[in-house]
Design a protein around this ligand. Structure first.
Ligand code: HEM
Ligand code: HEM
Ligand SMILES: [Fe+2]
Length: 465
């Protein structure tokens, strides 16, 4: 850690951990409800649990991205954050809005638009908060000593994520128009600008963890950004098949979304190649496991499982079923949850000054949560395919099918329990690291951009960065 203000990242990461834990609790509430045990129904009906589960997910992912940016940007552009106090205020305000939204869901204050359930007045507060964050990061880059491709891609992704929240707020009482704009947020986030954020954070991690030249890593970043834009923007059409938009979306959506896995394939090859090229000299092996794991699992969840239901001929049957949840879990986990856990695993030894990166609990967390999530995906997949066959192909009634597939949710609960053990190990590690009291490595700062030699950090025996 080179700058004092990078410490702020810790508080964002701690918030992530808290919200992630809570998200899992709501996942179990829904899994039991699906299995036929819905005892909490009067207090937490399914739609409340679902909105809470997914909104907590988005919230902790965003907190993770913000923490990552507060850690990465000062180091990349070589200066302290422009407004460190604002960063703390901005976190506190975001948490306040989040808590209000979650309480709101439990008392029926909610918009009922999947993933965008937060009521309108709170949306405005989210926008203001995120714009303050963008301003802070933007000023830091503007006043920094250098602008790297990594920092520029990360910043652009974050800026566009903030701006793309706005179409979801366009008022309309037309269901089709509302759905049309909703996908500008939901799709263009996860299959567009969040991929840029992912590219930026991965580039930073790979530069630090593999010691491969920045030039090589950043060249790949251009390729990934190019592939993302080429496929992801018009790929939005894969959500427009059956919502009442013109039929030309069938082939536009089908064609372009079928190309989307290329960007994720690019990331998988990129992560594996860089890890091989750079060797494994960096002491924080667990962080490298999360980083390469993220590259690979995002391809499986987003690329492979996304492709599996993206053509209109398939989506006609699978739309809005548990097949979507199968893909949703693995894609979010592989791409964005693992990404945030990777940057946390990398940054914690530096933020806290405690070199616990060899602790067995770290690698236990990695494997157990991943095996758990793969098993969850299989359980959801079996339930989903059965649902599609019975309901969409054979014409059975929706609730009758839900009863038929109840038993698959016991499988889900077992898999989710395994997953949760992994996450508990991660949380345990996080707590054991303690508070952000790590030393500032002033010597690592370079007076001139050219003088920076990332490789030297890796080669130094026992170096933690
Ligand atoms: C990391 C990237 C991705 C994430 C996090 C993600 C996540 C999700 C989520 C949560 C949904 C449900 C949304 C809703 O119904 O409101 C969804 C739907 C969908 N995703 Fe993805 N996805 C990703 C990438 C992809 C890719 C690359 C493809 C195609 C190759 C794809 C294809 C689809 C399709 C076709 C649907 C609609 C399913 C339906 O009609 O019910 N996704 N995705
Ligand atoms: C203990 C762990 C978890 C359990 C038991 C669980 C269970 C569930 C259930 C039952 C649903 C509702 C499916 C439906 O609509 O019928 C759901 C939705 C969802 N969960 Fe989880 N979940 C867990 C963890 C996670 C994690 C770690 C992530 C992301 C990294 C995640 C992402 C999602 C998403 C994106 C949806 C919405 C899917 C869609 O739109 O179809 N969940 N979860
Ligand atoms: Fe999409």
């Amino acid at each position: 850690m080179k700058y004092e203000s990078q410490r702020i990242a810790y508080w964002f990461f701690a918030t992530c951990m808290l919200l992630f834990g809570l998200q899992i609790v709501y996942g179990f509430i829904m899994a039991f409800a699906h299995a036929g045990l819905d005892g909490l129904h009067d207090w937490i009906p399914f739609h409340t649990a679902r909105a809470t589960h997914t909104n907590l997910l988005v919230m902790w992912n965003l907190c993770g991205f913000m923490g990552a940016a507060y850690y990465i940007i000062p180091e990349e552009v070589e200066r302290e954050l422009y407004w460190p106090t604002l960063a703390k205020v901005q976190l506190a305000a975001l948490v306040a809005v989040g808590v209000t939204a979650i309480i709101g869901f439990h008392v029926g204050w909610f918009e009922g638009r999947k993933f965008l359930e937060i009521p309108r007045p709170l949306d405005y507060l989210v926008v203001i908060d995120v714009l303050l964050f963008i301003a802070n990061i933007g000023m830091t880059i503007w006043k920094g000593k250098r602008i790297t491709t990594t920092s520029a891609v990360l910043f652009f992704g974050l800026l566009m994520a903030a701006l793309l929240y706005l179409p979801g707020m366009i008022p309309t009482d037309n269901q089709t128009v509302d759905s049309y704009w909703r996908w500008w947020v939901v799709h263009l986030w996860v299959e567009g600008v969040w991929e840029l954020i992912m590219g930026g954070i991965l580039a930073f991690l790979l530069i630090k963890l593999t010691g491969v030249d920045r030039e090589v890593i950043e060249k790949w970043l251009y390729v990934i950004v190019g592939l993302t834009f080429l496929s992801g923007i018009l790929g939005t059409g894969h959500h427009y098949y059956y919502i009442g938009t013109p039929s030309y979306w069938l082939w536009i959506g089908g064609l372009f979304s079928a190309l989307e896995p290329l960007a994720f394939l690019g990331m998988a090859i990129y992560g594996i190649t860089m890890a091989k090229k750079g060797g494994r000299k960096h002491p924080n092996r667990t962080a490298l496991a999360w980083t390469v794991g993220c590259c690979v699992m995002s391809f499986v969840g987003a690329g492979f499982l996304g492709f599996a239901h993206t053509l209109p001929q398939v989506n006609m049957y699978t739309h809005g079923t548990l097949v979507t949840a199968t893909h949703g879990h693995m894609a979010f986990w592989g791409a964005y949850a693992m990404l945030v856990l990777a940057i946390i695993t990398y940054a914690m030894p530096l933020l806290t000054g405690r070199k616990r990166h060899d602790a067995p609990s770290g690698i236990f967390a990695f494997w157990t949560s991943n095996i758990g999530m793969i098993s969850m995906t299989i359980a959801f997949g079996i339930a989903g395919v059965t649902q599609v066959t019975l309901e969409r192909r054979m014409g059975m009634e929706f609730l009758a099918v839900q009863e038929e597939i109840e038993m698959h949710f016991w499988g889900l609960i077992m898999a989710a329990t395994l997953f949760t053990f992994g996450i508990i190990a991660f949380l345990y590690d996080f707590i054991r690291y303690g508070l952000p009291k790590g030393e500032i490595d002033v010597a690592a700062r370079s007076p001139e951009p050219e003088a920076e030699d990332e490789g030297a950090l890796v080669a130094a025996p026992g170096a933690a960065e």
